[in-house]
Write a protein that binds this ligand. Sequence first.
Ligand SMILES: [Fe+2]
Ligand SMILES: [Fe+2]
Length: 298
Amino acid sequence: MTFLLAHLSDPHLAPLPPARLYELIGKRATGFVNWRRKRQAIHQPEVLARVVADLKAQKPDHIAVTGDLVNLALPGEYMAARAWLDALGPPAEVTLVPGNHDAYVRSGVAASLRHWGDYMRGDEAAAIAHGFPFLRRRGSLALIGVSTSVPSLPLMAIGRVGGPQLQRLERILDESRSDGLYRVVLIHHPPTSKRSHYLKRLTDGPRLRDVLARHGAELVIHGHNHRRQTVWLDGPAGRIPAIGVPSASEAPPGEHDPAGYNLYRIEGANGAWRCEVITRGIIGDGVVELDRTMLAST
Ligand SMILES: [Fe+2]
Ligand SMILES: [Fe+2]
């Protein structure tokens, strides 16, 4: 049976809600100036609405969202983002992991769990809900949500998985492979980053890559760079594709890549998976197919 997974990221929802002066101190001060000067022209609600309408028209079985829903982690942004999530789909059909902007200040970590927890919990009993990584089984897929969402200093956008998550990830990857599932790891930061992205890197990327190399995964999907990209990681039996999508709200021509999203059409069984990646994006006033690639079977 074929499973159609849609993946969008980094909506950076606009507009910003009204902020009190005392809320715009520290890291938010530089972020606020950056938003007013640059980012509010980049991330446009009309663009995001077109992307989401096109995505829904494809009737995916499930939607993955890989973080950066908000911008400055203002209290009002979390409720607005929850309304956006609810419009995207019910928690059972949408899986979310948080990004660095969702933890822009320390209070953001708790706020994202409080408002979006329904979209970030595994199938297991509620008692251990809100733990990362979490596991959701949908069809023949294991959707594994990893958090890299940690507060960082002004002008930094780093992420970190951390030892406890990495340990639990090893076990989840092993168990879901034993169950014959196609393992999709959802993560905001890419597992590898260029030297020029030092201030926005995943600080323990090498440790994550080591876990993936030893325990395997069929697919890693991420956001953060606001660009379409595919990097092949080492796996225990062949390479693992790590695929990034642009921001779902970036107006063309775009400082990075213009808005778009991916569809993954997955079929097969353990040892003989097939995954077709369909890339769709904004061109002019429309959203069109930009690329269609069959990933090597794993
Ligand atoms: Fe982002
Ligand atoms: Fe990010």
